[in-house]
Design a protein around this ligand. Sequence first.
Ligand code: GDP
Ligand code: MN
Length: 381
Amino acid sequence: MRLHEYQAKSVFADAGIPTPDATLASSVDEVVEAAEDIGYPVAVKAQVHVGGRGKAGGIKLAESRDEAEQVADEILGMDLKGYHVDRVLVEEAVDFVNELYVGVTMDRGEGKPVAMVSTKGGVDIESVAEETPDAIAREHIDPAFGMHPYQARKVVYDAGVPRELARDVASVLQTMYQLWDDRDASEVEINPLMVTDDDEIIAADAVMNIDDDALFRQQELAEMEEETFEDDLERKASEYGFDYVRLSGNVGIIGNGAGLVMTTLDLVDYYGGEPANFLDIGGGAKAERVANALDMVFSDENVDAVVFNIFGGITRGDEVAKGINSALEQFDEIPKPVVVRLAGTNAEEGREILNDELVTVEETLEDAVQRTVEYSEEEAQ
Ligand code: GDP
Ligand code: MN
């Protein structure tokens, strides 16, 4: 689960990390009201889960009431790399002389968390990491002992942070590691950690990702999740307990098992189609789960055709077929063509049971995907 900037900042601020004065707003009027309250200049920042908002036009400064109104109007409602912006963070703009990068993430190669600091923070940290990796200092942490104060000082020193800032930056890093550990985070990051001309530091951006499997013991953060869904389909998927990712194409994909769904995505692409989603309904395919999955793909207005890729393991093919039939029988009219490929235990019995007035049945995965791509092209016309 990924927190929004405003949520991560509130967690950081509660832990004692300096953050700018800020208010969340969802209309032009609210932006202006917040800006008048905070005082100019303000930064108006799109709250969507994409990196590089600055470069994409999702972050703008306003020096006056008129400008606040204008940038609010530009950013609210805009499409930012495929995401609709309906909320912005209005924030006291920081006057900075330098931008640092600080973060803690998991180094899977080492099997340990790693703390990272760089004096080359700001919007281009990805290219810094690629072109001059030495400009990012790293220190691995033994999770059994936590981050020792000397480790925080060392990585800050290695990064070349000026003396007069070193103590404060080390203390922020120490707090971030504590948050990483206490809150079951997979990643915490501040980029940029802005430095003002009087040597204050302030977190101008905040990233915090939480391990989904730990949400059961992170009640406060789990409650924030509700607010983080970018659209209704993601919310629905979470209610139904599906693994779901919305993509930009028009071929709906449903399967039981992540690998199976990934393979289907690849094949759709191979045959010239464009996947509309990743949807893994998990083990079993009882009528209710199948109906819920269909509800999801049918309510995605981008979907023109649907392919079901089911492998009967413990759940037998005939059971799945009954599930698909009864799910489809609930519709007066099937809104979009559905193609089914059934393999594994009792696949043949399953294929016989499937009602071919409601679905197209194909024996091989290749045929099923090709057929679905054809349907999607016909429907799209
Ligand atoms: P990101 O592009 O999505 O990572 O968004 P950031 O919050 O990191 O902002 C990107 C860039 O916008 C920063 O590196 C700054 O250069 C600029 N920026 C963000 N907030 C402020 C602010 O309060 N004051 C000023 N002057 N610039 C800001
Ligand atoms: Mn950033």
